[in-house]
Every structure is written in structure tokens, then in C-alpha cells.
Design a protein around this ligand. Structure first.
Ligand code: G6P
Length: 474
């Protein structure tokens, strides 16, 4: 008897899905839909097209929703055993793989791949297998399955074994490590990650640089086993201009702009203070502390800026289950406080730091930024760099790390920095603050055009089309 397949012609799989549930005191579940490129991209194929998003249940609310059978149309949450999920997500995905691709290890203490790591790896395999099985069950004959990111590197190979009829794509939203760095991973694990992704018909990346690094790793680690049939693609996700322009002119954003202006204040001569804005998850790779140190150097070496500039830094807590992230969050706060007590005056707070996630306030900061600081150590793309020029009211100068994926498209119109070079970044901030208004507006226009070249809907459709026409050997 032929196996019974599912009904969905298009499937997306990712750890974090488009919706999350919270449970209030009375036990009532509330669904909250998230944003991001993938969410708006997927909406391009329309709610009735039978697409299904398979994701993990992440918190208690999500798990409760799965248990009660509460779900949103087009979403299937997997209630993977909490310990298994934690080991796979915190241990392998967010520690080992994230650290390798963002080159975050600090020798001599890291990395250590010991028995504990091996147990986490076993959990990562179980977690990937759960996704592969759910996808195999839900996919219609010949369906296209788009698997997302470093959480799910083993899924393409596992799924191909279960369902050879499917068209499978894998997309990496992170950078990809250079081969020498990737080979810090134990040889067998490095090979499994690559082999897993190569189970897809197509492996895609945000920039050519990350795609080339992946191919280098395959050659270095797999040698003769490298399967050149897997098509490698590049899709540089752009900002969603229509959504951003509309959303950033709503009343809540105007209110937050007024509140921010109040906090920023005016210079002693009555002129408006300049603003250097950054908006990030509090993430080691975002390099927030070095950004603060560069700002401190600017104030120290160029006292003419004191009282005339404010660094508006939004650093939203992330991955707080990991001690190193909690420490980093505390360090960001400590350095910001230190700058404020060293340089602040009665009427001037040099660093305005906000840690409570507030999208409307982020948009308000984008609109009023004179300079946007985007200085990651490494970043798959960095959408903040792309969103600011789209939303900016009067033009904004982008200080951009050459290690962000966005550099490939935006580097020509930015002030480019080496993210480790604190003094160089201080100089770049100075230079950016001095760009005359006319030139600033011109640059911002060009940045916005480049930033929106591939809107999320088209980004998603391009991948779908490419995966459909890239069947292995076809
Ligand atoms: C990165 C990853 C995404 C992830 C996001 C937030 O951008 O590429 O896959 O969703 O970080 O991380 P979190 O661990 O909070 O899901």
C-alpha cells in the first residue's frame, strides 16, 4: 500500500515560529504573532495556499497550547521534551554552532567539546529528527520544504531519507564560519552538520561570502564526499519598505519620538543634540560594549561633542538562559553607567540605554537618528542597517561593520569600520556626525534603495521557485 502523505504543498520549518502563547493567571492563552522577514515573506503565498509552518513550542504557554490542541491556521508546533529542546537549542545551536559561525570563542577557556557536549549533540539529533518526522507526515507529494537555520542542519538529510519525493531547501540566516574556524568542531560533528545540509536540493545563504565559506568547509571537511550536486544559492533579504513606512508613522511611534526627544534634550546653545542610535538584541556578536567604548573615546578625545551628542542604545535581552549572555547584558549596563557618571552633567545624559523591547520605540529612534551604529563582530545580514535608511526622517549616516552581511550591499554609502577597532570606530562616529545634511540625505536615499532591493515577499518566492526547480540531479 502506498504511504499516506500529508496535504501541504509548501512547508517552512524553524525553531522559533510565527506565533507564541502566553498564559495569564486565569489560565487563558493569548497568541502573539511575531514579525521578521520570514513571517512577512511567507504571507506572500497567501493564507489559502495550504502552507504549513512547523516550529518548536518554546515556553510554557506554547506547550500548554499544544497540549490543549490550541493552534493557529497554518502553524504546527512541536512539543519536544523540554530537556531535549534545551540541550539542542542552548547547547548545540546557540552555543556551539552560533559561536562557531560568529567566531565568538575565547581561548584558552573555550571551546571544550567533552562528554556533556556529546550528550547535547544526541539531543540535537533527536530534536532534528522530530522536525523531519513531522514534516514527512505533513508534506504533500512532491511538496517544497524550506528548512531554516543552524537549529535544523540535520533535517534536510533526515527528511530526504523519509521522503525522497520532496524538494528540500535549507537557508542559513547566520554567517558561515571560515573553514579553519569551522574545524574547531570535532571532525565527526563538523561532517554531520555539512552532510545534513547537503541532504537538501539547495543550500542558500544571505550573501555570497557566507555561501563561499560553506563550500570551502565542505571541501575541507568532506573532501571527496562533498556532493557538488547540492545547489548553492544567495538571497539577500531586504527590508520591508511598505510595512516599515506605514508602521513608523502611527501615533504610538510619534509619542515615543516625543518622549525620546525629551530624554535627549538640547545642547547648552539651544541647538538640537545629535543622536547616535543602535538597536540590537543583547547579543555577543552585536558588539555593543565595543560600541560604547568607541563612544567613550569620542567624548574623551573630542570634547567638542560633549553635551552635543547622545548615544541612544536599545539592547533587548536575549538568550538569558545562557550565563555568558546574562554577563554580557550586565556588562553593557555597567559600561553605559560608567560613561554617564564620568561625563554626564545635570542637563545631559550621554548614553540613553533602554533594555525593554519596544518595536514602536525602535522605529522612533530610527526616524530621528543622525547616525546609526551597526558594528557587529559578524552578522548574517543585519536588518537594522537596512531598516534605518528606509524609515529615517531627515537622513542618517550609517556606521557599518565590514563583517555584517549588509556590508556587501550598503558598504559603498556607509562609513565602514573594523568592529574590533575601537579607536577606528570612534573616528568613524566623528566623521559620520560631520556629514553635511545634503550629502546625508543623498546617501540615505541610495542606502534605502539598496536595502529594499529584495523585499521579504520576493525573497521568499525566489527561494521557493529555486528549490522547486533544483531537484537533486534534476
Ligand atoms: C538569529 C537567528 C534566528 C533567530 C534569531 C533570534 O537571527 O538567525 O534564527 O530566530 O537570531 O534568536 P532566538 O534564539 O531568540 O530565536
Amino acid at each position: 500500500m502506498a504511504p499516506t502523505h500529508g496535504t501541504h504543498p509548501v512547508l517552512v520549518a524553524s525553531n522559533r515560529g510565527p506565533v507564541s502563547y502566553t498564559k495569564d493567571e486565569s489560565g487563558e492563552l493569548t497568541a502573539k504573532r511575531g514579525g521578521g522577514g520570514l513571517v512577512s515573506g511567507l504571507s506572500a503565498i497567501g493564507p489559502d495556499a495550504g502552507a504549513l509552518w512547523v516550529c518548536s513550542a518554546l515556553g510554557d504557554g506554547d506547550r500548554e497550547a499544544v497540549r490543549r490542541g490550541v493552534s493557529e491556521d497554518g502553524v504546527r508546533m512541536l512539543d519536544i521534551d523540554a530537556d531535549t529542546h534545551a540541550a539542542a537549542y542552548n547547547g548545540i545551536a546557540n552555543s556551539a554552532l552560533w559561536f562557531v559561525h560568529h567566531m565568538l570563542y575565547q581561548t584558552p577557556l573555550e571551546p571544550v567539546f567533552d562528554a556533556g557536549f556529546r550528550r547535547q549533540w544526541a539531543a540535537y539529533e533527536t530534536y532534528n529528527q522530530a522536525f523531519a518526522e513531522a514534516l514527512a507526515e505533513e508534506a504533500a507529494d512532491g511538496a517544497a520544504v524550506l528548512v531554516q537555520d543552524y537549529h535544523l542542519t540535520l533535517v534536510p538529510r533526515m527528511l530526504r531519507e523519509l521522503r525522497p519525493d520532496l524538494r528540500i531547501g535549507h537557508f542559513s540566516h547566520t554567517p558561515w564560519a571560515p573553514a579553519d574556524y569551522f574545524r574547531l568542531l570535532p571532525d565527526d560533528i563538523a561532517a554531520k552538520v555539512l552532510h545534513g545540509i547537503l541532504g537538501a536540493d539547495r543550500a542558500a545563504f544571505l550573501t555570497r561570502r557566507w555561501a563561499d565559506a560553506f563550500t570551502d568547509c565542505c571541501r575541507a571537511v568532506l573532501g571527496d564526499d562533498f556532493d557538488p550536486d547540492t545547489r548553492i544559492g544567495v538571497h539577500g533579504l531586504g527590508a520591508d519598505a511598505d510595512f516599515l513606512r506605514e508602521r513608523s508613522h502611527r501615533e504610538d511611534v510619534d509619542e515615543r519620538m516625543a518622549a525620546l526627544r525629551e530624554q535627549i534634550g538640547t545642547a547648552p546653545d539651544g541647538s538640537a543634540r545629535k543622536t547616535i542610535v543602535r538597536v540590537d538584541r543583547t547579543e555577543l556578536s552585536k558588539n555593543i560594549v565595543r560600541g560604547l567604548l568607541a563612544y567613550r573615546e569620542l567624548l574623551e578625545d573630542r570634547p567638542e561633542w560633549r553635551e552635543r551628542v547622545v548615544h541612544v542604545a536599545f539592547a533587548y535581552p536575549s538568550r538569558q538562559d545562557l550565563a555568558v549572555y546574562r554577563d554580557y547584558t550586565a556588562e553593557v549596563q555597567r559600561v553605559a553607567d560608567e560613561i554617564n557618571s564620568a561625563y554626564g552633567t545635570d542637563g545631559w545624559t550621554p548614553v540613553v540605554l533602554h533594555v525593554k523591547d519596544d518595536f514602536a520605540r525602535s522605529l522612533a529612534a530610527y526616524r530621528l537618528a543622525d547616525v546609526a551604529l551597526v558594528n557587529p563582530i559578524r552578522d548574517g545580514m543585519n536588518l537594522v542597517a537596512k531598516e534605518v535608511p528606509v524609515v529615517s526622517d531627515d537622513g542618517c549616516v550609517l556606521v557599518l561593520s565590514r563583517e555584517a552581511g549588509a556590508y556587501e550591499e550598503l558598504g559603498d554609502d556607509s562609513v565602514v569600520v573594523n568592529p574590533y577597532d575601537v579607536s577606528g570606530t570612534a573616528e568613524a562616529l566623528h566623521e559620520a556626525l560631520l556629514v553635511p545634511a545634503g550629502e546625508r540625505a543623498e546617501r540615505t536615499k541610495r542606502l534605502a534603495a539598496a536595502a529594499t532591493a529584495l523585499p521579504p515577499a520576493q525573497w521568499f518566492l525566489d527561494q521557493l521557485q529555486a528549490v522547486r526547480s533544483a531537484g537533486a540531479g534534476g
